[in-house]
Design a protein around this ligand. Structure first.
Ligand code: DGY
Length: 348
């Protein structure tokens, strides 16, 4: 699909993206916009090299693509120097290789914070109250009358939610769980404390002014402390070498027997085989996952477990957010090509 065929700068989007704002932005700035409408969900490096062709100024790509030296050198050879992921996470991008090839890299932070946190909250509730299991039960025609013992789950109020990675999304999720369900919080973050701490102080004052019982907040210095103390653990770190398999067999063993593990960050942060074993051995333990180690696949056994809730990487999938991500990605590319002062460079 081509927009503004006579535009001087050739910008490619490897996928159709929601909304038309991003297209207008590029077209108004004089770009020829080419959108790949190939049916295949995941494009290979060779597919994308073919798209880039001989002349390409900038590309908007997706988290399913492998943006390493191969693609960045092709982009450089085609005269391009701007790439934006339509995602906040950019573990699929080798920024060093991009820099070596003179290509600037952008991502799309901010617009997905609340949407992603809301999905993490939805997963938490689904797991705590066994919503998916109960839905299957109902649809299978198994409901033959109310029982005092039917689908007993966990009450969140007064329990402790553990946050690993208290950046934008982790902090928004923590705020939702505190304001919505009066959960206590324990959190671990290597880098940032300020976001949550500011909220903690303000919310503490608010509760005090309302004469309400306080919630407790605790920043701890190890991942292990979070795992031992929390009833719900939600993962929000970036994926890099230090967080790969952060949750492994030994760490799962530290968690409470009836705890809930939520992951709406990146699959490889959890050793999924170890998680499947843990769920099999501990039927009271639950996991709610938006992301998987080897997407689009799930490790064997996971899909059969009643104590797991699984959804296909949809945490940022609200209309407003996805249109916002597409617009930011276009702004990133345009910012670099035209020297505009908008540039989300992955440092957010
Ligand atoms: C991201 O942005 O990193 C998500 O995984 C997709 O929205």
């Amino acid at each position: 699909e081509v927009h503004n065929p006579h535009g001087k700068l050739r910008v490619i989007s490897t996928k159709p993206m929601p909304g038309s704002r991003w297209i207008k932005l590029l077209v108004d700035a004089g770009c020829r916009v080419e959108i790949c409408t190939e049916k295949k969900t995941i494009l290979s490096v060779d597919d994308i090299k073919r798209l880039i062709g001989r002349k390409c100024d900038g590309v908007i790509g997706q988290l399913t693509e492998d943006w390493g030296d191969g693609l960045f050198s092709s982009l450089k050879a085609a005269g391009g120097h701007a790439y934006s992921n339509m995602a906040v996470g950019y573990n699929n991008v080798n920024v060093e290789a991009a820099t070596r090839n003179g290509v600037a890299v952008g991502n799309t932070p901010g617009v997905l914070t609340e949407t992603t946190a809301e999905l993490a909250a939805a997963l938490t509730l689904a797991a705590a109250r066994r919503v998916v299991e109960a839905d299957y039960f109902m649809r299978a025609g198994k409901y033959d009358g109310w029982l005092p013992t039917l689908f007993i789950g966990n009450l969140l109020k007064g329990q402790t939610v553990g946050i690993i990675g208290a950046g934008r999304i982790g902090s928004a999720y923590a705020r939702m769980m505190v304001e919505g369900f009066k959960m206590n919080v324990v959190y671990y973050d290597l880098y940032q404390a300020s976001r949550l701490e500011k909220f903690v102080t303000a919310y503490g004052k608010f509760l005090e002014s309302q004469g309400e019982a306080p919630v407790t907040w605790k920043r701890v210095s190890t991942v292990e402390d979070v795992l031992k103390l929390a009833d719900v653990v939600s993962l929000h770190p970036v994926l890099d070498k230090t967080t790969y398999h952060l949750i492994n067999k030994d760490r799962l063993a530290l968690m409470k027997k009836n705890a809930i593990l939520v992951n709406a960050s990146r699959g490889p942060i959890v050793d999924e085989v170890a998680l499947v074993h843990h769920l099999q051995a501990n039927p009271q333990f639950r996991a709610a996952l938006d992301v998987f180690e080897d997407e689009p696949y799930m490790k064997p056994g996971l899909g059969e477990l009643p104590n797991a809730v699984v959804v296909p990487h949809i945490a940022s999938a609200s209309k407003w957010t996805r249109e916002g991500m597409a617009t930011l990605a276009a702004e990133n590319v345009l910012g670099k090509l035209k020297g505009y002062p908008v540039w989300h460079d992955g440092n957010y």
